[in-house]
Design a protein. Structure first.
Length: 373
């Protein structure tokens, strides 16, 4: 679409020019041509050049010529009625003044137009430069993100192989230790000191076994078994599982689940693992109680799920390593929870991000594509 000409946008300039021409014309016509008023009459006639030059400076070639025509229109009756009654008066220079009006309008307009064109060209160049800079900046950011993802993938691959090896080597001895402890527990009665020690041994073996299972899940994640599922049903099933923990932790739960979400292809069990991990993390971030808000809605071609808590937040030092395997700020954590969440969502071609503020809370946002694959 063509841009609106400048003389449509600058009403005050046009108004000033019109008033100037009318004012000069009134004084010009009211001043006689006698010898007494001749000098003043000549001054008014020269003042007509001012609006022509201003119009050329403000609006370029078209402005200069258009104003010259308007001035000629106001000046022409003066030629007829005060300089002989005909166009070719006895004092021909007075008539030729009209030609000079157009020459001044033309010359000034051309010079001004060149300046305006150069300015527009410079502005266009600056705009294109800024756009190129923004484009390069976005490309650099995308490249940095891709590089970080590749590094993360390399770290995950290396850690996955290491975890798988360690897990397999540790799991067999653990099974033997647990079996032996269970045999020993049969030899003692509840209440015996030895029975207590055996129970502690079995409990710690179970905890280590859970850690090993987490290693294996991370090291060799199962490909998602995609099924057409309603994401709200998956969320509600997880909230039902954690209902008791929410009540016990004095956490007020608020859900805002959109009713018109389309079904999506996900692995329901893996998504339960994702949601369960985020909800448990939120509960652990609010040891003295708080509020957890769970929301789902559609945003263009993705379904967005958010989990917002009013907990302790995540420190700046922890944020960069949040999805890094084996990194944890918890005393008894393995550091695999969010790493597994990240990998599961990666397998679903989805994503996860977060915003946090220390001592105010954290909001995790999950996005899942609506189209299959």
């Amino acid at each position: 679409m063509a841009s609106t000409p400048a003389y449509y946008k600058n009403y005050w300039k046009i108004t000033a020019l019109v008033l100037f021409v009318i004012g000069v014309s009134i004084f010009h016509y009211m001043t006689g041509t006698t010898h007494k008023h001749h000098g003043l009459h000549e001054i008014y006639r020269r003042l007509y050049y001012v609006p022509i030059i201003l119009s050329a400076f403000w609006f370029g070639l078209k402005g200069g010529l258009f104003c010259a025509i308007i001035v000629s229109f106001f000046y022409l009756p003066h030629v007829f009625y005060q300089w002989g009654g005909s166009f070719f008066t006895n004092d021909l220079p007075k008539t030729l003044e009209i030609v000079l009006y157009h020459v001044i309008g033309l010359v000034t307009g051309i010079l001004s137009q060149r300046q305006m064109d150069a300015k527009m060209s410079l502005e266009k160049t600056i705009k294109e430069r800024d756009e190129s800079y923004d484009k390069l900046k976005k490309q650099a950011e995308t490249l940095a993100q891709s590089e970080e993802q590749l590094r993360r993938a390399d770290r995950l691959s290396a850690l996955g192989k290491l975890s798988a090896g360690i897990a397999h080597e540790v799991r067999n001895p653990l099974a033997s230790i647990k079996g032996t402890a269970e045999i020993l527990s049969d030899k003692f009665k509840p209440g015996d000191k030895e029975y207590e020690f055996v129970e502690i041994l079995i409990k710690e073996v179970n905890r280590l076994d859970a850690v090993v299972v987490g290693f294996l899940d991370f090291a060799k994640p199962k490909p998602p078994e995609l099924k057409l599922s309603k994401i709200n049903d998956v969320i509600l099933s997880v909230l039902k599982l954690t209902e008791h923990q929410m009540d016990r932790s004095k956490i007020n739960l608020e859900t805002r689940l959109s009713d018109n979400l389309p079904s999506v292809y996900v692995d329901p069990e893996q998504m339960k693992q994702v949601f369960l991990n985020l909800i448990i993390n939120a509960a652990q971030a609010m040891p003295d109680g708080g509020e957890l808000e769970v929301e789902s809605h559609r945003n263009s071609s993705v379904i967005v799920c958010t989990f917002s808590d009013t907990g302790i937040g995540i420190s700046t030092e922890q944020q960069n390593d949040l999805f890094t395997p084996f990194y944890t700020s918890k005393k008894h954590g393995t550091g695999l929870g969010l790493a597994i969440v990240y990998r599961i969502l990666e397998g679903h071609k989805g994503g996860i991000s977060f915003i946090t503020e220390e001592n105010k809370g954290t909001c995790f946002t999950i996005s899942l594509p609506i189209e299959k694959g």
